[in-house]
Design a protein around this ligand. Sequence first.
Ligand code: HEM
Length: 323
Amino acid sequence: MIAATDYEAQLLSLPKSEFEIAKTDVQYLVNCAYQISAFAGLHPVDAELTVGKELSRLARLSRQRQPSVDVLSYEDMILTNPLQSDPRVYCLGSAGVEERDFCLGHQYIESELQSAMDALLELRDSAEADARQCLAVCVERLESANCVLARFFECMSPDLFGQFRVFYGKNPYKDRLGPSGRFSARIVAVSVLLIGEELFHQKPQFYRDVFRLSEYYPQRCIHEVFRWLSPDKESAELQPRWLNGKADFPKFATISPVMERHGSEIRKLRASCVSALDRFTQLHRRTALKYTIEPGRPIVGVEAAESIESVLSQRLLRAVDQS
Ligand code: HEM
């Protein structure tokens, strides 16, 4: 590669939106080189040579400008991939179209989750918020996310899914997790805002995992969630004291304190939001089983020591007080 330093300077001076796409491209190419090396059965040393020094350096620099894990991330493939105008996908033909739609569906659900999150934040943080309006927006956006997921479940071709899924596997040469929906920080944010305290009592492992695996999530959003959860301004890198039973759960991170000030109509609306989120998680579990687990396709976002079933039900509550 000629004049590598020029590429470095160009990469670092790009405006934010263009830089994010360039970072996606760099990580996408690095991932491609590793995956192809693995298909060819290359030794790790040869796999590094396939990636090459220049591309590795660009990848390192792009991660310095926008901190993220050192493999292809969920943020790279879903959030900063220009899917509408110029999609970055691995497959050609009908598998490429299905792959683009798979990523677009995730992107669409992410934007619905962002709207649900904004409405819940307004309810939690603004004294003048109209509780009915905020919760109505939240339930509407979650139901819309459910509709998109239902279309995946019913319409996505298992065969085409299998063709592009191989490129989203764990990096075969690094002990790292892959770009999984598990690392949607907005799902975490909405779950914390809506059912954060119940989750802590019933599924504390959910929180342990989010802190332990924090580097895989989009950093800005997950650190915002950590700030809510660290009222004493403990380091967002560390597991907070409440997670070890040494302090009370910071319920002000959630909408629960606001709910206590309202009557049954608002509580019913909150219950509708909880039910919509719950149905999303149930349907998602069935989708993961249908397309990935049952056909034996690679698991990308679960460590060997974890159980896939417990990850897929990590945000499901036994019974929430929905009254
Ligand atoms: C449509 C097809 C989908 C399939 C086949 C699928 C498959 C999977 C699988 C197999 C896992 C386990 C970890 C892994 O190997 O990645 C997982 C986890 C997860 N995925 Fe998906 N997924 C799909 C769509 C989505 C969407 C649209 C979202 C939303 C952003 C999402 C969010 C999650 C979350 C949050 C987890 C962790 C478990 C949980 O908290 O519910 N997934 N998915």
